[in-house]
Design a protein around this ligand. Structure first.
Ligand code: SAH
Ligand code: SF4
Ligand code: F3S
Length: 441
C-alpha cells in the first residue's frame, strides 16, 4: 500500500567493520536526502544492515524484523541491507512480509530510488553488483568522531571453503588511489585523527598513484602518513598470503602506522588449513609473524580462529592450541564452525558434534583470554599515547585506545585528544592510564 515517504531513519549494523562502514555511508546518503536520524522506536524507516557469516547472525534478522513490525510506535518501513540481503534477495520479503526493501552491499547508492519505490507500495529489491562503483554515486563523507573507517578494498577471491564472503561481496576490487586519499582528507577535515583502512582482504589492495606507479597497501599507508592532521593509521582484515615484504617494512618505518596486526590463521593443523583452502600452512604463518616482529618488535598480533571444521580431530585441535601458544595474541576472535549453504565445506562429511565444538571453543577462548591478559600486563609501566574516543562510566573518566588497540581508561581529557599516559594497571580486557605532563605529538 502507498504511504508517505519516510522522513526519519534508523540504521542497525550487525557485521564486520566494512558492514559498519556501509551503515555509516547509507546514513549519510539518507541525510543528504533530507532524512533525519532517529531512535529505533520512532524512525519511519528502520534499516537492518545484516551479516551472513554464521547461521546465528543470519537467522537473527528474522526475529528482529518481527519485533520491529510489532513495535509500539507503529510499523515503520523496514529495509534489509548487508550480506543477508545479497545472499537471500527477494526471498526475504517472501519469508518476512513486513519487509519493504532489500538492498545489497554493492547497490546501496540506489537507496533513495528504492525508498521511493517502497513508499509507492512496491517491494523494492536491488542486489545488483554493478561494475561502476557505488562509491562514485555516494555523497562526500561528513564529519564524524576522532576515529573513522575507510573502505579501500572490497570482495574476496580466496574462496576459503567455509566462507560466504566471496559470494556476498563479490570479487576483489580495489578503490582508486585518489578516491581514497580524497576521502581520507574529508574525514580528517571532519575531525578524524585515526583512520582504519578496510577491506575483506585489505592487504590485497593495489592501484596506481598520481604518477602512474604501481602501488600496494604500503604505498597508500605512506601517502596517508603525510596527511596533516592524521595521527594514526590502522588496517584490517589482512590475509597471510597478501602480506608483502613492503607492507612488513612499513610497520618498522611509518610512525603513524599503529603496531597492531589482525592476521587470521584460522586453525593450527596443516590438514585442516588445506581442507579450508587457506593456501598457507602453520609453518609459513609462524615465519611470517617472526618477520613482522623483526620489523616491529612491539607489534600486537590478533587473529580469527574456527573450531570444529568438518573432520577436525582432537589432535588437530591441539595443534591450534599449540599455534596460539607459539604466537602469543594481544586479542583474537574465535568461532564455532557454522555450515553455510552453497559453500564447499557445507557438503563435507564428518561434522564435529556440537558438544565437542563447545568444549574446544571454551578451551581456545580460555587460552586466548589468558594471552590477552598477559599482553595487557606487559604494558603496565609503559608510556604511550591514548586517543580519547568517548566518555567512561564514571564522572570525569574517559575511554581511549592505546597504539596496540587496547581500551584505556583515563581520568580526564576530551574526546579527540591524543594524550600521553603511563599505563598504571591492567585488567583482562582493558587498562588504566594516568596522564603524564607532556602532551603527545
Ligand atoms: N576476510 C577475513 C575475514 C572474513 S570473516 C579473513 O579472511 O581473515 C571473519 C571471520 O569469520 C573469519 O576470519 C573466520 O574466522 C570466521 N568465519 C567465516 N566463515 C565462517 C563460518 N562458516 N563459520 C564460522 N566462522 C566463520
Ligand atoms: Fe572468507 Fe577466506 Fe575470503 Fe576471508 S579470505 S573473506 S575467510 S573466503
Ligand atoms: Fe558479515 Fe558480510 Fe562482513 S557476511 S562479516 S557483514 S562481509
Amino acid at each position: 500500500m502507498p504511504r508517505p515517504a519516510p522522513k526519519s531513519f534508523h540504521v542497525k549494523s550487525f557485521g564486520c567493520q566494512m558492514n559498519v562502514y556501509d551503515g555509516a555511508r547509507m546514513a549519510e546518503l539518507m541525510q543528504a536526502q533530507g532524512m533525519v536520524e532517529a531512535g529505533a522506536d520512532e524512525a519511519e524507516l528502520v534499516l537492518l544492515n545484516t551479516c551472513h557469516i554464521r547461521e546465528k547472525a543470519a537467522e537473527k534478522v528474522y526475529s528482529d524484523i518481527g519485533r520491529i513490525a510489532r513495535r509500539d510506535g507503529g510499523r515503520p518501513m523496514i529495509a534489509v541491507a548487508g550480506c543477508v540481503a545479497q545472499a537471500e534477495g527477494a526471498e526475504i520479503p517472501r519469508r518476512a512480509r513486513a519487509v519493504d526493501l532489500v538492498v545489497g552491499p554493492q547497490a546501496y547508492h540506489n537507496l533513495p530510488a528504492l525508498i521511493a519505490e517502497a513508499a509507492a507500495g512496491r517491494v523494492a529489491v536491488d542486489t545488483d553488483m554493478p561494475v561502476l562503483s557505488k562509491f562514485d554515486a555516494l555523497p562526500a563523507r561528513r564529519s564524524g568522531g576522532p576515529t573513522a573507517f575507510l573502505t579501500v578494498q572490497e570482495g574476496c577471491d580466496k574462496f576459503c571453503t567455509y566462507c560466504v564472503v566471496p559470494y556476498t561481496r563479490g570479487a576483489e576490487v580495489s578503490r582508486p588511489w585518489t578516491a581514497i586519499v580524497d576521502e581520507a582528507k574529508a574525514l580528517v577535515d571532519g575531525g578524524a585523527r585515526e583512520i582504519t583502512l578496510l577491506g575483506q582482504n585489505v592487504n590485497a589492495w593495489t592501484g596506481e598513484d598520481e604518477a602512474g606507479r604501481r602501488q600496494g597497501l604500503d604505498g597508500l599507508i605512506r601517502v596517508l602518513d603525510r596527511l596533516p592532521g592524521l595521527d594514526r593509521i590502522r588496517y584490517t582484515t589482512s590475509h597471510p598470503n597478501d602480506m608483502t615484504d613492503a607492507l612488513i617494512a612499513a610497520h618498522g618505518e611509518v610512525a603513524s602506522l599503529m603496531p597492531f596486526l589482525h592476521l587470521p590463521v584460522q586453525a593450527g593443523s596443516d590438514r585442516v588449513l588445506k581442507a579450508m583452502n587457506r593456501a598457507h600452512d602453520v609453518g609459513s604463518y609462524l615465519r611470517l609473524i617472526d618477520r613482522v616482529r623483526a620489523a616491529r618488535p612491539d607489534i600486537a598480533i590478533s587473529g580469527d580462529f574456527i573450531v570444529g571444521f568438518p573432520g577436525e580431530t582432537d589432535a588437530e585441535f591441539e595443534e591450534t592450541l599449540a599455534a596460539v601458544r607459539a604466537v602469543g595474541h594481544a586479542q583474537a576472535f574465535s568461532f564455532k564452525y557454522s555450515p553455510r549453504a552453497g559453500t564447499p565445506a557445507a557438503r563435507m562429511d564428518d561434522p564435529v558434534p556440537a558438544e565437542v565444538m563447545d568444549a574446544r571453543l571454551q578451551r581456545l577462548q580460555a587460552l586466548l583470554s589468558e594471552q590477552q591478559f598477559a599482553f595487557n600486563r606487559a604494558t603496565v609501566g609503559r608510556r604511550c599515547a591514548v586517543l580519547i574516543e568517548r566518555r567512561g562510566k564514571l564522572p570525569g573518566q574517559m575511554l581511549g585506545k592505546s597504539p596496540w588497540l587496547q581500551s584505556v581508561l583515563v581520568d580526564g581529557g576530551a574526546i579527540g585528544d591524543l594524550i600521553e599516559v603511563e599505563i598504571a594497571a591492567a585488567g583482562p580486557a582493558s587498562l588504566t592510564g594516568v596522564r603524564t605532563e607532556r602532551a603527545a605529538a
